[in-house]
Write a protein that binds this ligand. Structure first.
Ligand SMILES: Nc1ncnc2c1ncn2[C@@H]1O[C@H](COP(=O)(O)O)[C@@H](OP(=O)(O)O)[C@H]1O
Ligand SMILES: [Mg+2]
Length: 277
């Protein structure tokens, strides 16, 4: 049996079921609450999917830790060698805006490193999954395909994907300095990393300190299974060991071919924006 095969099967099943829960709420006239401290919107869908996923993971893997966005608590990540990171609804703003660009994230970190990820975009029925060191797949109504990032190396030829609702002005500097001419907007960190893993985009920059490990654990595993890279804006991989949950140094996701050329430019922009010392 390949490594983490059972975990992958269970996570895929849970992500699809959680996606169905999201769609049930999506079909209603749901209300929106704003979280304290400007942490963004939350809906019944976030809460229901969070409770469902956490319950199912604890039942299936009682020896693992679980850290989830709506029950934010890093203590499991510190106590367990294996810890699941759950974002029940990544892209809540897009859920509220009803444009379909949101996803369920279920990632597993082992010894603080992402090992497995599932990202499920319920609208469109697109499921990305991957095991780091193994393979990644996308499954949608057109079928199942192996994930592989692009090999575009020329910075000016990179297809950039950025947040639809949280685009920062630092992104403009990245676009200008790299000479990028092709840019796409999408909600959800997972959906954006999925686009990179499918080679439909090449670069994703999140120039803020407002994302958290549940935003990037599953997306990083999917992207790495496809040969891509996800780090902070200084090029340092995040640790998923409970030492911190906030991604204070932003996110850089890229194909492997362009990473070395992109990194110094992105890091410089991040320093100027005060995200890096
Ligand atoms: N003002 C802000 N600026 C940047 N990122 C933000 C933000 N508010 C929330 N985020 C984070 O960015 C994540 C994905 O955003 P985007 O869809 O724009 O890529 C959000 O996940 P949630 O939607 O799960 O809260 C949230 O963690
Ligand atoms: Mg999120």
């Amino acid at each position: 049996m390949p490594a983490l095969a059972l975990e992958l099967e269970v996570a895929r099943r849970i992500a699809r079921q959680a996606g169905d829960l999201l769609l049930q709420v999506y079909a209603t006239d749901f209300s929106v609450t704003n979280k304290a401290g400007g942490a963004g919107p939350v809906t019944l869908a976030d809460e229901r999917a969070n409770a469902f996923i956490v319950g199912e993971l604890r039942k299936a893997f009682p020896g693992d830790g679980v850290v989830a966005e709506e029950t934010e608590d890093a203590s499991d990540a510190k106590r367990f060698e294996r810890c699941w990171y759950v974002d029940p609804l990544d892209g809540t703003q897009e859920f509220v805006n009803r444009n379909g660009e949101f996803a369920v994230h279920i990632g597993l970190a082992v010894e603080g490193r992402p090992a497995l990820g599932v990202v499920y975009r319920a609208v469109g029925d697109v499921l990305y999954s991957g095991v780091v060191g193994g393979q990644g797949f996308v499954e949608d109504p057109q079928g199942r395909r192996v994930l592989r990032v692009s090999d575009v190396a020329d910075p000016a030829a990179l297809r950039l994907v950025v947040s639809r609702s949280h685009r920062s002005s630092a992104t403009d500097a990245v676009v200008t300095r790299l000479g990028i001419t092709r840019e796409k907007e999408s909600g959800s960190v997972g959906v954006k990393c999925g686009l990179l893993a499918e080679a439909r985009c090449d670069l994703y920059v999140h120039a803020s300190d407002k994302s958290y490990r549940w935003d990037n654990c599953a997306p990083e595993a999917v992207l790495r299974s496809a040969g891509g890279i996800l780090t902070d804006l200084a090029g340092v991989p995040y640790r998923y060991d409970g030492s911190e949950l906030q991604n204070r140094r932003g996110l850089l996701a890229c194909n492997a071919a362009a990473f070395d050329q992109v990194l110094p430019v992105v890091s410089q922009v991040a320093r100027e924006a005060g995200l890096l010392p």
